[in-house]
Design a protein around this ligand. Structure first.
Ligand SMILES: C[S@@+](CC[C@H](N)C(=O)[O-])C[C@H]1O[C@@H](n2cnc3c(N)ncnc32)[C@H](O)[C@@H]1O
Length: 370
């Protein structure tokens, strides 16, 4: 039984005849700033990162101020909206009544759950991996998500009625069912890592290959999922999100992508599914994940612990990026004794300063499986 409500996937069949820029080809400047370090990702790609304590912008990071100046009005609106949403976290909130004895619902595909191309798997022999330059990807994202940007009030609303309504079709984990109202509100609050920052600081680290299976756990409307699919050789990009309205918006964007730019996704499988990431990896049906992104900045410890249990089950996992450290007080011996998921990864993680919608910048933590 899958605990993920099936949603659309998209793929086409045309062959790529374009010239591509290799993944992670962000030019690296000659000079290294003090306090930063260079991380060799592949033979040809290296990225320079810095510690969060060193608040100066360094190479490989997005200059948030500069970026703000360069954003389009729609992007600026979205960024400001995200910041407002994150600041409103402490707003008064009613109690969400949840019946703890309620039997979990089977995932019932909603009326929007039709697939464009279900279980799309490109034929390796015929598929040429398509990579678009980041500027073109940004243009595409702006177009296909324009509707969300125009009227995003409902999209990002988080109150007990909205939560109840938008999660009612999903089989929720017992953990989410019993999460208190304030934590639930935090958990489901929206915020985005800006695409430019994902391009410059995170995608190079992910070092995605055609054979990788990328997941954004808590993907919102799925912008990152679409972005990595278009900007790298990756063929399989998936997002899982609990709030149905965000999934539906993501689905609409996928529809627009399919109808407007079919040639760009001819070899790709992109999906945005409704599901609860606090289930096990088999329940979420993500055993094949190799690279995972989690914007966990507002996840309470119990939720992060459930997500770590899920990560531990992923046999092919290579890299994970989080927006809050997986283990805040890592001690190798103790964490190993306690069986913590953090021992799976390099520690300390590589840290990258990234522009986000809820603040001028935040830090991404880039983990490599040992
Ligand atoms: C801060 S937003 C991140 C959106 C996107 N990943 C990004 O970084 O641009 C976190 C998302 O995780 C989703 N989420 C929280 N708990 C979840 C759960 N248990 N299962 C699935 N999604 C969840 C929220 O609804 C929200 O849309």
């Amino acid at each position: 039984m899958s605990f993920v409500t099936p949603r659309k996937e998209t793929r086409g069949a045309a062959k790529d005849k374009r010239k591509h820029k290799p993944t992670g080809a962000t030019p690296l400047p000659d000079k290294k700033k003090p306090g930063s370090r260079t991380v060799q990702i592949t033979d040809t790609i290296s990225v320079e990162f810095t510690d969060p304590e060193d608040d100066e912008d360094v190479v490989g990071q997005v200059d948030a101020t500069k970026q703000e100046e360069e954003l389009t009005p729609a992007q600026l609106r979205s960024q400001r909206k995200g910041r407002r949403d994150m600041r409103r976290l402490s707003d008064k909130m009613e109690y969400v009544k949840v019946d703890p004895k309620a039997t979990p619902q089977q995932p019932t595909p909603s009326k929007n759950a039709k697939s464009i191309v279900p279980n799309a798997k490109p034929d390796a022999a015929t598929s040429t991996s398509l990579i678009l330059p980041p500027t073109q990807v940004l243009e595409i994202l702006t177009k296909i998500f324009a509707e969300v940007e125009q009227d995003d009030r409902a999209m990002y609303k988080v109150n007990p009625d909205v939560i109840r309504e938008e999660t009612s079709q999903c089989v929720k984990s017992s953990l989410v069912e019993k999460t208190n109202a304030a934590d639930l509100k935090r958990l489901l609050t929206y915020g985005e890592v800006l695409p430019e920052a994902f391009t410059s600081s995170i995608i190079p680290f992910l070092s995605l290959e055609a054979s990788d299976v990328f997941y954004d756990l808590g993907c919102g409307t799925g912008k990152i999922v679409v972005q990595v699919a278009l900007e790298t050789t990756l063929r399989d990009a998936r997002g899982i999100e609990l709030m149905l309205n965000r999934v539906v918006e993501g689905q609409r964007a996928l529809d627009r992508l399919q109808s407007t730019y079919p040639e760009h996704i001819s070899t790709k499988s992109i999906s945005i599914l409704q599901g609860d990431i606090c289930h096990s990896a088999t329940q979420v049906a993500m055993m094949d994940a190799t690279v995972v992104f989690i914007n966990n900045v507002l996840f309470p410890p119990e939720v992060m612990s459930a997500v770590c249990d899920l990560l531990k089950q992923l046999k092919n996992l290579k890299r994970v990026v989080t927006m809050k450290k997986i283990c805040e007080r890592h001690r190798e011996g103790r964490c190993r004794r306690d069986g913590n998921a953090c021992v799976l990864f390099n520690d300390p993680p590589v840290q990258a300063k990234v522009a986000v919608s809820w603040a001028k910048h935040a830090f991404a933590y880039l983990y490599q499986v040992r």
